[in-house]
Design a binder for this molecule. Sequence first.
Ligand code: INI
Length: 161
Amino acid sequence: MDFTDYPTMSDEQMEWKADARGLRFAIVVARFNRKITEKLLEGAREALERAGADSVEVVRVPGAFELPLAAQRLARQSVYHAIIALGAVVRGETPHFDYVAGEAARGLQQAALENNVPIAFGVLTTDTYEQAEARAGGAHGNKGYDAAMTAVEMARFGAIG
Ligand code: INI
């Protein structure tokens, strides 16, 4: 399979069944690279609506670096069955790409593990802005949609009943 031709969950061709009825979600979305992140948010909302989510709360933070703390605070409210973190970090735009992208990933995983709440990683980390566009409702699907579907699956994982 060509690297540029992998299937995505947002691909209409891919059968993906998810039932989010009875589940509550929070989406935390970075404002940095807003045009991209708002598309990711659209995708995530669409996925959760299709899956029948009970409720979806959206909060915004300045950049991807701020996602972990916001997600942790949401997780500690014990209100949400899963959280979806959305952002876009573009290598060409920042000399501190590795810090921002790396700390976002590390911090989100830490928040998920420490609070026992699934946090889906919907943060694009790309070399160029065009690559990010392609993954936010473009040729490579919508990673916000994919992250939301992952959140639904992980919210169900291990759930009783
Ligand atoms: N934040 C992003 O979400 N994406 C980026 O590409 C980015 N760049 O290019 O620097 C970025 N920086 C801001 C960062 O997330 C924090 O908001 C900032 O460092 C303040 O803590």
